[in-house]
Design a protein around this ligand. Structure first.
Ligand code: M7G
Length: 400
């Protein structure tokens, strides 16, 4: 097994010793896992040893804020396997028959890690994403994209909600009358008189006047301080944090800084970097206006070729995994409308790597080289959960 992932592990141990505080991007992890209370199991997989939980964090007022917690048993680390048998532990014999026997081991903590990914605060969209649901395949023509999908994506970027005393109410119409909202450099902004939302008598007391701007699976909450307040919510915050080195800067594996044909390669959130079996990295392009496969033309070929070539070179250099053992692909539809490319170990059955969602980057490049408008002509298939608003749009249009 290559040495690559080891330094990251040491760094994490250091961070843990220092209290596990993450100050990247100016956001300090202000809670611990024990602050979270499980509300229900959204989905679990015995095969993948993973469970998705809807949790909540109870504030001082007793008000709960939603969180999603993903608990996943991590793959074995080759170098630690001998310890599993050697270290004294409770090994219970369950059955013995001829040459076959089964033991149940209770390994010491360092050999029985569980990775916990937390999304907090989580939006309804995050919760729905992980809920076990009926899934349907959509066959989207270019016309469907223009008439159904694109307007839907654009409308999502401008949905702003406000929470008041625990009640979430849609505010779009309201904003039109009593406040201003606009978009500036991909930032959703709203300027609203707090006095119109919170009765003056309880304004100084109210800790609940939390703003939430939602779009592209990102949300931001803001406390109001009374009077007129400028509230800005950024979409795809995590992507821009990486591109601007406000978060995960120390995780960058490779960067091509060219604003037009450059990108940043980082380990994906799903990979703990402790073993290469489930290697997963993600390349985020510097250009911000390319939403997905649908926007790509031959003009983007230099960018895509850089991602493919430099991404492979960086991974073999850092992790020792050759390009011939990588699955390099784009998702359609992606969850985040900022062009990015997935790099996963070929032997790893990564979520979203199946034929209905994954498009190999090498094939995308060939298609665009043959026909610049390839992705503005052909129909694309993708899965949607039955409860997703976009699925409802396709239903209303009689396309499902
Ligand atoms: P996608 O194709 O838009 O959607 O991929 P999916 O999440 O349905 O696959 C986005 C990719 O970005 C996924 O592989 C995520 O695991 C990864 N990702 C998401 N977030 C919020 C982060 C993050 O904060 N950091 C990193 N490094 N990766 C992330």
């Amino acid at each position: 097994m290559a040495e690559g992932p080891q330094p990251k592990r040491k760094r994490e141990e250091e961070e843990e010793k220092n209290g596990g505080t993450d100050t990247q991007g100016g956001a300090t992890a202000a809670f611990t896992l024990s602050d979270l209370r499980v509300r229900r199991v959204l989905r679990e997989s015995a095969r993948d040893k993973i469970v998705f939980l809807h949790a909540e964090r109870i504030g001082l007022s007793g008000e709960g804020t939603d969180a999603v917690v993903i608990l996943e048993k991590t793959p074995f680390q080759e170098e630690k396997i001998p310890d599993l048998l050697k270290k004294p532990m409770n090994a219970e014999l369950q059955m013995h028959n001829d040459i076959y026997c089964t033991f149940y081991l209770s390994p010491p903590p360092e050999l029985s890690e569980i990775k916990a990914t937390v999304v907090y605060p989580a939006t309804e969209k995050h919760i729905q994403k992980y809920l076990r649901q009926e899934v349907h395949l959509i066959r989207e023509t270019w016309e469907d994209y223009k008439n159904i999908t694109l307007p839907f994506i654009q409308s999502q970027s401008f949905s702003i909600q406000v929470g008041f005393l625990g009640h979430w109410c849609s505010l779009l119409g309201f904003l039109g009358l009593s406040g201003l909202w606009w978009k500036w450099k991909d930032i959703d902004c709203a300027w609203i008189p707090a006095s119109q939302l919170i009765p003056p008598a309880i304004q100084p007391l109210s800790p609940y006047s939390t703003w939430r701007s939602e779009g592209d699976n990102q949300s931001r909450d803001y406390r109001q301080a009374g009077g007129w307040n400028l509230k800005c919510g950024r979409r795809r915050v995590w992507v821009y944090n990486i591109l601007e080195k406000k978060a995960e800067a120390d995780r960058i594996v490779h960067e091509n800084p060219d604003p037009s044909s450059g990108f940043v390669l980082v380990p994906d959130l799903k990979w703990n970097q402790n073993q290469l079996d489930d290697l997963y990295l993600i390349a985020l392009v510097h250009r911000r206006e390319i939403k997905s496969l649908r926007d790509l033309t031959a003009e983007h070929l230099p960018l895509l070729r850089n991602v493919l070539q430099e991404g492979k070179e960086a991974i073999v250099k850092r992790f020792g995994v050759p390009g011939s053992q990588l699955r390099i692909y784009l998702h359609y539809q992606p969850s985040y409308q900022h062009l990015h490319v997935h790099f996963t170990a070929l032997g790893y059955d990564a979520p979203g790597s199946s034929v209905e969602r994954a498009h190999l980057l090498a094939d995308v490049i060939d298609n665009l080289a043959m026909d610049s408008m390839y992705y503005q002509k052909r129909a694309l298939t993708f899965p949607l959960r039955a409860d997703e608003p976009l699925f409802k749009k396709f239903q209303e249009a009689g396309k499902v």
